[in-house]
Structures are given as structure tokens and as C-alpha cells.
Design a protein around this ligand. Structure first.
Ligand code: ARG
Length: 467
């Protein structure tokens, strides 16, 4: 099969060396305009900073710089008004903007590309875009942390079962469980802050790969674009995408955290658990089973990591083994990052909505907390503390009592004192105090433990941090 070669003349940007235009399929595989038009604002900002710098350095006349400045603003408003026609012949956003600029301002537009290359141009555009996404992720995470914090505050002392292996382990507090997510999200947030700091160096002026013979001022463009400083090695500047990989990695970890709470919501909202109620806003019905309220949003949130991690793996695979400096492989960075960023922002917003919306079924939580011999550890601890038993022995005595309760079909607090003493004669009646779930959680006063006192202290700390 052969595609038809368009009769169009050679490309206006590099036509000097070419006598024919590209094959249509070449154009289709080569062009990024279909997706990198998303970088238009960053591209125009970069060009404005570049032109102003060229004029300040006497490389471009003030008149040309002014024409370029005005022209770029026109291009920007055309794109924003949806009047701009993106054409595949222009390959990418950088050439599309420059071509339109030249149509509008003529000669001056052709001077804009002095002392730069699309290689440093795409590097700066993409950094600016990813930097914005870091900011959006940070804001989104803060909103979600606040939502979890509000839940924690409402239920600092609601008792619920804590699980290991999804088997009842020990009673914990609702507030404590909510704050566990605040901790995870805070680390996610710090990863975005950290990645943003590291990526905040400006590659513009690295030109194709080696820098330029023109007397440019890279500090000026770096500052104009809000970067901390220019990058220090031109080869590195045009060839690495580690900033995008850091964004994707941080996004993957964050999405992994979201997927864990999503799974808990799915379990908790089931008829078997009934720990939380999700409102109509965050559930869907079934077309056949009238009783159903399905937690679709939670299920989708559980799945979203698949896409984000997929993008991460894809970009690692693109970058792996690429010899320095720029290779066209790197054009494959953008769609992955765009999709991952869109997915993450949607996921954060949806999770924030659901966390704010969910209603804990406090009585069910308490009943569940008291079942499954959840205070067995409290009993063992009592034997150690009050009767001086070595912990291993206390563990054995308690295990025997759990087995006895299981046989009788009751929970630990329903055993009689005589039952207890038949296993270990020294047990006294005050053992029953530690078998209640409220006493159990109240006793967990170690720093970071589940007692409401500790939980309230952590809530106060987080409120101050997020204020
Ligand atoms: N569209 C390209 C990309 O996204 C821009 C850089 C092209 N540079 C080049 N030398 N072909 O990577």
C-alpha cells in the first residue's frame, strides 16, 4: 500500500533543502499539532519572553520586537476565541504560532526564531505546562485533605474496627482512619512541591543543543517566565524529560492512595458492611435491579491508577536508552502526561466530592468494632499489666479464651468470670473494663495512636498546617 504524496511544496520552515513535501502518512505520524496545541499559551509566553530579551540585547530591533509582541497577542486571542485554524502541515504548535505570527506581522515574525530552536522551545513550553499541573495537583490535594480532616473532626471518637488482612484487628477511631489519608496526601503534596522546585529551571536559550553564538540573556528569560534560574547545560536542557517523569511518578503514587480509599468506599458502602452511605450524587442505579445503588465513582477511582501508571511506564519506556540529545521519540511525552494530568485532576475532584458527601453509619461502626474479638489484644495487655504474665503467655491464655468464646458463639465480654478463671485462675472481674471498645481506643494513647486525645491533637496540627 502506498499513500499519495501531496503535491504541496516543501515546508516553509526548512524548505531550502527540500524539493518535495512529505508523504501524507509521514505527515500523520510526524505531526504533533493535534495534541500539542494544548501548549499554545505556554508557547506564546515563551516567545514573548524570547522576543523581549532579543530586543533588550540589541539582537532584534525594538520595532520588530513590538510587532512580534502585538502579533503574538493577536494569535493568542485568535486561539482563545476558537478562530485559529490548526493545520497538520504546520506539524506542531511552535510552527503553527510562528507561521500565523508571520502572516500577521510579516518580516518581523521571521526574526523570532533567532537564537532558539524548537528543541529548547518545546522543553520550555512543556515545563511550564507541567509546572502548572503541579500547582493544580497541590491545590487539589489540599482540598481533599480538608475534606478528610472535616470527617476526622466530626468523628474523632467514633469507634470502628481496624483491619489487618481485612480481618478485624483492633478497634480504632474514625478520625484516626481519616487522618491516615491526610498523612498520605500530605506526602503526595510534598512530592509535587518538590518536583516543581526541581523542574523550575528554564531551558530556553539552549537552542538546538549547544547554546547559541548570539549574546542572549538567559537569566532575563528565566525570570520573565517565573523560573528560579536558567538550566546550566544546554545538552541536558533539550534532552531530558525527567521533570515529566517526576510529575507522573508523583501522580502514580497519589492515584495509588486514592485507589485504596476508593476500595474502602466500595467495601464500606456494601450491604454486608454498611459502614458508610453514599448519596445519590455519587452512585448510580441498575437498569434491572431496582434496589441497587452502585458506587461507580469509587470503582472508577480505584481504576484510574491504571491509566496514570500506564502513562508513567510509557514515558519511561520512551526515554530509556535515548542517546543525547533530542530525538523525535520525545514527542511521545505529551499525550501521556496530558492524559495522566487530566485523569489525576478529575480523580482528586471526584474523591473530594465523595469524601465530603459520605455519611458514616456510626452505630454500625460501633457494633462492628465490638465483634470479631477485637479487644483480644486489650485482654492480653491486661494480663501482662495487672497479673505480670509474660506477653507470650498472656497471648496464649487470651487465645484459649477466644476459642472458648467462639465455641459458645459469643464475644469476649460475654464470657463469665468463671469461664475466664477456668483458663487462668488469677483473672479478676475488673478485666471486663478493658474488653469494651471505647476503653480500648481510649487506652491507645501512644503518640500517633488511635485514642481520641491523640486524634484531636493531630487534627489541631493539620488545621494549623492547612490554614
Ligand atoms: N513537536 C516536537 C516535540 O514535541 C517539537 C520539537 C521538534 N524538534 C525537532 N528538532 N524536530 O518534541
Amino acid at each position: 500500500m502506498s499513500a499519495d504524496t501531496p503535491k504541496s511544496s516543501a515546508n516553509a520552515m526548512w524548505g531550502g533543502r527540500f524539493s518535495a513535501g512529505p508523504d501524507a502518512i509521514m505527515q500523520a505520524i510526524n505531526a504533533s499539532i493535534g495534541f500539542d496545541q494544548r501548549l499554545y499559551a505556554q508557547d506564546i509566553a515563551g516567545s514573548r519572553a524570547h522576543a523581549a530579551m532579543l530586543a533588550a540585547q540589541g539582537i532584534l530591533s525594538d520595532k520588530d520586537a513590538e510587532a512580534i509582541r502585538e502579533g503574538l497577542l493577536t494569535v493568542l486571542s485568535e486561539i482563545e476565541a476558537g478562530k485559529f485554524v490548526f493545520r497538520v502541515e504546520q506539524e506542531d504548535i511552535h510552527m503553527a504560532v510562528e507561521a500565523r505570527l508571520t502572516e500577521i506581522v510579516g518580516e518581523a515574525g521571521k526574526r523570532l526564531h533567532t537564537a532558539r530552536s524548537r528543541n529548547d522551545q518545546v522543553a520550555v513550553d512543556f515545563r511550564l505546562w507541567v509546572r502548572d499541573q503541579c500547582d493544580a495537583a497541590i491545590t487539589g490535594l489540599e482540598a481533599l485533605m480538608r475534606a478528610f480532616l472535616a470527617q476526622a473532626e466530626a468523628g474523632a471518637d467514633w469507634v470502628m474496627p481496624g483491619f489487618t488482612h481485612l480481618q478485624t484487628a483492633q478497634p480504632v477511631t474514625w478520625g484516626h482512619h481519616m487522618l491516615a489519608y491526610v498523612e498520605m496526601l500530605a506526602r503526595d503534596r510534598s512530592r509535587f512541591i518538590d518536583a516543581r522546585k526541581r523542574m523550575n529551571e528554564c531551558p530556553l536559550g539552549a537552542a538546538a543543543l549547544a547554546g547559541t553564538s548570539f549574546p542572549i540573556d538567559r537569566h532575563m528569560t528565566a525570570q520573565a517566565l517565573g523560573f528560579d534560574r536558567p538550566t546550566a547545560n544546554s545538552l541536558d536542557s533539550v534532552s531530558d524529560r525527567d521533570f515529566a517523569l517526576e510529575f507522573l511518578s508523583a501522580s502514580s503514587i497519589c492515584a495509588m492512595h486514592l485507589s485504596r480509599f476508593a476500595e474502602e468506599l466500595v467495601i464500606w458502602s456494601s450491604a454486608q458492611f454498611r459502614f458508610v452511605r453514599l448519596s445519590d450524587k455519587w452512585t448510580t442505579g441498575s437498569s434491572i435491579m431496582p434496589q441497587k445503588k452502585n458506587p461507580d465513582a469509587a470503582e472508577l477511582l480505584r481504576a484510574k491508577l491504571g491509566r496514570i501508571l500506564g502513562a508513567t511506564v510509557a514515558l519511561f519506556t520512551v526515554m530509556k536508552g535515548l542517546a543525547l540529545t533530542y530525538s523525535k521519540d520525545m514527542q511521545e511525552d505529551k499525550e501521556q502526561v496530558f492524559d495522566a494530568a487530566d485523569t489525576l485532576m478529575l480523580a482528586l475532584a471526584a474523591m473530594t466530592g465523595m469524601v465530603s458527601d459520605m455519611q458514616a453509619m456510626v452505630d454500625n461502626l460501633r457494633v462492628a468494632a465490638a465483634s470479631g474479638f477485637s479487644t483480644a489484644t486489650d485482654l492480653a495487655d491486661w494480663l501482662v499489666r495487672e497479673l505480670g504474665l509474660p506477653f507470650r503467655e498472656a497471648h496464649h491464655v487470651t487465645g484459649t479464651l477466644v476459642a472458648m468464646a467462639e465455641t459458645k458463639g459469643c464475644d469476649l465480654p460475654e464470657l463469665t468470670l468463671a469461664d475466664m478463671q477456668s483458663v487462668y485462675a488469677g483473672i479478676r472481674a475488673d478485666v471486663f473494663d478493658v474488653l469494651g471498645v471505647v476503653n480500648s481506643v481510649n487506652s491507645r494513647q501512644s503518640y500517633g495512636g488511635t485514642s481520641p486525645v491523640q486524634v484531636r491533637a493531630q487534627i489541631a496540627r493539620w488545621k494549623a498546617t492547612l490554614a
